[in-house]
Design a protein around this ligand. Structure first.
Ligand SMILES: [Mg+2]
Length: 361
């Protein structure tokens, strides 16, 4: 159909300040420096995607990502967006080495295709549930900061706290005890971002449980290539062990599952893109592996896209899509379906992702 042909694209920077630095064991974001990819069809319908650049985790830079998105635009121009699967397959080939750009380009294609169809992204992915509620992250910092932040967010209505650990064990015990004091009875997830050896992780978790704190899931306790370590911890720990940095591709997840190394996997669109994320979801579901939906530092645009992916497909045990709450003003419009206590109420989305960058006129 002529109206569905992609006529224009643009690539722009998306910058925002943060309320507090987003610090994990491997590094820190002091501000958000992402990119927006926009597409426009011949009938004037537009679609938007966001590339979340986490150089300290992925090595991807914004310069490279913006160049990749220019290439994606050139590839997509003239294509009929009704064949969205053909577009996603072509993008997967073009952008394999720059997954943040791939996720943004796929996001814009699917936003555009679903806007043209007049359906929301979560209905497009399966329509399983209209609501998902995210945890909130307690970043690396002092115990007092952890206490104050947790108390504030619990009062706002958050009930699940994801604690970043891995810089100093004694300090981490104090932080976790501060979180428990500020939010008694609330669930705790741990994310060490590769910080420990398997032995250290076991020691840390055993001591934590001795103190009466039992996380519901332990994410990426060991280095990304330490598959034996993950397997050891999956056998020894009573809670799910979740791969994040170790799970960057469908192949990675296939190998982890075959070796019995994990009991949960963190799906991030920024790592996998939509096409592969859907395949990882199917593989994990078929093998009884639990699923987390996660993200890098992402504004409402990419976060709402991820929420719709998870809500539409269903079957996610852990939802970790809280980074919009760290961003001062991303300029995104239409995000009123994300409440201040972390609930994405997607039945309010009319079509596509439902979010428009403020820079788009
Ligand atoms: Mg993680």
């Amino acid at each position: 159909m002529k109206d569905a042909v992609i006529k224009k694209f643009s690539v722009s920077e998306l910058d925002a300040e943060l309320f507090t630095p987003f610090t994990i064991s491997t590094g820190s974001h002091r501000s958000m420096e992402n990119a927006v990819f926009s597409l426009e069809a011949a009938d004037g319908t537009r679609g938007f995607g966001e590339a979340a650049i986490a150089t300290h985790i992925t090595g991807e830079t914004r310069e490279k990502t913006m160049r990749s998105l220019e290439k994606a635009g050139a590839l997509l121009a003239g294509r009929d967006v009704s064949d969205y699967l053909g577009a996603l397959c072509a993008l997967e080939k073009l952008l394999d080495g720059n997954r943040a750009a791939l996720a943004a380009a796929e996001m814009a294609v699917l936003d555009l295709a679903t806007r043209r169809q007049g359906i929301s992204l979560w209905k497009f992915f399966g329509g399983r549930t209209a609501k998902v509620k995210t945890d909130v992250t307690v970043v690396i910092g002092g115990a007092d900061a952890a206490y104050g932040f947790t108390l504030k967010m619990r009062r706002r209505g958050f009930r699940i706290f994801k604690i970043k650990t891995g810089v100093d064990m004694d300090e981490d015990f104090r932080r976790l005890e501060a979180v428990r004091k500020a939010a008694p009875g609330c669930a705790v997830y741990l994310d060490a971002n590769c910080a420990y050896s398997a032995g250290e992780a076991e020691k840390f978790l055993k001591e934590l449980m001795r103190r009466g704190i039992r996380p519901e899931v332990v994410e990426q306790p060991v280095k990304k290539d330490d598959i034996d370590g993950l397997a050891y911890l999956s056998r020894r720990l009573p809670m799910p062990v979740c791969a994040d940095e170790s799970a960057y591709s469908l192949d990675d997840v296939y190998r982890l599952i075959r070796r019995g190394a994990v009991t949960a996997v963190n799906i991030k669109l920024t790592k996998l893109g939509f096409l592969r994320a859907r395949e990882v979801w199917a593989l994990a579901r078929a093998k009884g592996i639990k699923l987390m939906m996660g993200e890098m530092l992402e504004s409402e645009l990419a976060s709402c896209a991820a929420a719709q992916f998870a809500a539409g497909l269903g079957g996610f045990d852990f939802i970790d899509l809280d980074t919009p709450f760290f961003i001062k003003n991303s300029g995104m419009k239409g995000a009123s379906f994300l409440s201040s206590d972390g609930v994405y109420s997607l039945d309010k989305v009319k079509s596509g992702i439902g979010i428009v960058p403020g820079s788009a006129r």
